[in-house]
Design a binder for this molecule. Structure first.
Ligand code: ZN
Ligand code: ZN
Length: 655
């Protein structure tokens, strides 16, 4: 099954429309053979800030279009994006995570910035494991950020746009003129469209998406004409609808008023002419429907190209105010509608109603470069990793528990314990339970897991100890958590390690969301003891293993060994691996550990594990202390006392 990612953004109208239409067409053509995800990374990364910017953008193009035009030119003409990209660290990280998690066969961008970000994230010269396709949704005035990236293919709507890319240095073999990806429904509709030869009044569609103040009186003027049958759309604007209804409450003046509609293909093909602003998607839909256009507004910058496409190809004209709209209609319909006929013929030449189906077939025809796709290794620059250090052998334990959950040592004691033994990396991963589940709520009462009120303190103390660990022992201390996602059976139970967290994560999230949150912090998501324990009695957590196809792409690594157990199936499946003590008390130091060969730097360490190259496991023995050393003696407590009872039927020495 092919995995396809489509990146889009809510700035301007054409991008989301194009993304949705390509997805729908892919699903029509390939059915279950393809899995398509549409992602708005701006929304994911910046959430409310993004919504604010989107509104500001809409306000800017409506109130101060000239200013916006200038901004657009600045972005186009200078190195604006390059110089501002370092600010987008979060964005790049999210991109890197997505590419790694989904291992897509093809990545499609319908918004210009993404190709550029992918270039930033992936090492130069490294062969990519996916095909990168840029769908240019603008026409003629194409901002150069669209093609200043290493995209394999550029899909454009028309010859004029292709010419712009060619002039920008893109070779012909990478440019494909398929038309704008309008919904595939146009492909079935256009053959049944109205023609200009139809007798009776001409049908005019007025999409009121600009000049709303003058719209009601214009509707009244048009509704009086016998040569026109008018349909207007008012979107979700109820005030506008009322204003128009008030104007046309005259008997005999039939105007059809529509609200927000998904029936654009049907509407456009059942009208002889459309009045609209020069928005990318609408202009392209009109072209697909072979419907001439009167353009009521043009946002300087990116909409200029759409307007020029109509005017320069003689498919309609500019009519920026009510008087010029009325005049243009007069011209179009007089002399037997000769002008309307000419416009219709010209717009038909540009029309490519099956564009999205063609694009889908093209994408599906692209070969995946390697049948055995290797894990993508995104490059994330950080201030730290730019400092060059030489690699060394690092002894690591990424799974330990303190008194914040069911461990015996405090965090400072853990630091000293591991520091004195020459460890290079220690991650403390206290248990945290899903309070949304009954088992989690019961466990929370046990006092053996980190409770929500102590989470801030837990992160605080780890932050303080990080410095001490480094100064005193040259040991890297990381904050982590072990998410206990326990169900009633071993098959429905999972323990998920987060390694090198920057802050808390809500333990009530779903597993997939939790992994996404872990990744958004740049941390590792690792499956704890994912297979059957042999050496000690305890509840197994097999959920990840049972759903390996679903989680293998999402998890950074799996414990191939946990304390005394080795999980052969994890090794046989060639999953990225680590080995940990699952340390709860001093004697657990005698156990399997991870050895890395990389720079002693948190980012390098995590990357080494993700890539899973130069990773080994070792069975740790602490000979220098000798047997019988007091802190390593098995506890004198009875087994029954150290058993952790987390919920009825679940009892083991340690989790
Ligand atoms: Zn554990
Ligand atoms: Zn566990």
């Amino acid at each position: 099954m092919k995995q396809i990612l489509i990146f889009t953004a809510g700035f301007g109208e054409g991008h989301n429309t194009a993304a949705r239409n390509i997805r729908d067409a892919l699903e029509v053509v390939a059915g279950n053979e393809v899995k398509v995800q549409i992602i708005d990374l701006f929304d994911r990364c910046y959430g409310r800030l993004n919504e604010f910017l989107r509104r500001a953008y809409i306000a800017a193009i409506n109130r101060t279009p000239r200013v916006w035009g200038k901004i657009y030119n600045v972005i186009d003409g200078t190195q604006f994006v390059e110089t501002n990209m370092p600010m987008l660290t979060r964005f790049k990280r999210a991109m890197a995570d997505l590419l790694r998690q989904f291992e897509p066969d093809a990545v499609i961008s319908t918004y210009p910035l993404y190709g550029y970000v992918i270039d930033q994230v992936l090492p130069a010269g490294e062969p990519r494991t996916f095909t990168q396709i840029t769908v240019v949704t603008d026409s003629i005035t194409v901002n150069s950020i669209w093609y200043r990236c290493a995209s394999d293919h550029f899909i454009v709507a028309n010859d004029d746009t292709a010419a712009v890319l060619r002039a920008g240095g893109i070779t012909d073999d990478r440019i494909h003129i398929f038309g704008f990806p309008v919904t595939h429904r146009f492909a079935e509709m256009v053959d049944h469209r109205f023609t200009s030869q139809d007798v009776g009044p001409k049908r005019v569609l007025y999409l009121i998406n600009s000049g709303k103040k003058e719209a009601p009186s214009l509707v009244r003027r048009l509704s009086k004409r016998d040569d026109i049958r008018l349909t207007v759309t008012v979107g979700r604007d109820t005030a506008l609808r009322r204003a128009i209804e008030a104007e046309v409450r005259v008997p005999g003046h039939r105007v059809e008023i529509l609200g927000w509609t998904t029936k654009m293909p049907e509407l456009l093909t059942s009208h002889h002419l459309v009045i609209t602003k020069a928005g990318g998607a609408t202009i392209q839909e009109a072209i697909a429907a072979r419907t001439p256009v009167l353009i009521s507004q043009v946002v300087p910058g990116q909409e200029e190209g759409n307007a020029r496409l109509i005017v320069e190809n003689d498919c309609g004209q500019l009519a920026p105010d009510p008087d010029s709209i009325v005049e243009a209609l007069d011209d179009a319909f007089t002399r037997g509608g000769a002008l309307l006929e000419r416009w219709t013929q010209n717009v038909s030449k540009l029309s490519r109603p099956a564009a999205s189906l063609q694009i889908a077939r093209f994408i599906l025809s692209l070969e995946v470069t390697e049948p055995n796709r290797k894990v993508l290794v995104p490059k994330i620059e950080s201030a730290r990793s730019t400092r060059k250090k030489s690699p060394s052998i690092l002894l690591c334990d990424l799974h330990t528990h303190s008194v914040y959950s069911d461990g015996k040592l405090t965090v400072p004691e853990l630091v000293d314990f591991y520091g004195q033994r020459g460890f290079d990396v220690l991650c403390v991963t206290d248990h945290i339970c899903d309070y949304t589940k009954l088992i989690g709520r019961v466990t929370n009462l046990s006092g053996l897991v980190l409770t929500l009120d102590l989470v801030p303190e837990y992160f605080d103390i780890l932050e303080k100890e990080k410095k001490r660990a480094l100064d005193k022992y040259r040991m890297i201390l990381m904050a982590g958590l072990e998410f206990n996602k326990d169900g009633l059976t071993k098959r429905s139970s999972a323990h998920l390690l987060a390694v090198d967290l920057k802050g808390p994560i809500d333990p009530g999230l779903s597993i997939t969301r939790t992994i996404a949150e872990i990744h958004s912090q740049g941390a590792l998501a690792i499956a704890s003891h994912p297979h059957e324990f042999k050496t000690h009695w305890g509840k197994n957590t097999l959920y990840f293993w049972e759903h390996i196809d679903q989680y293998a792409p999402l998890l950074d690594a799996w414990e191939v060994a946990n304390r005394d157990d080795i999980f052969n199936p994890i090794g046989l499946k060639r999953l990225p691996f680590v080995a940990n003590s699952d340390f709860h008390k001093p004697k657990h130091i005698f156990s399997w550990k991870t050895v890395l060969f990389c720079e002693k730097d948190p980012e390098a360490i995590k990357q080494c594990i993700r890539v899973n190259r130069n990773v080994a496991i070792t069975l740790y023995r602490d000979h220098r202390l000798g047997i019988g050393f007091s802190d390593l003696e098995p506890d004198s407590e009875k087994e029954s006392e150290e058993a952790i009872v987390t919920f009825p039927g679940y009892s083991r020495k340690s989790a």
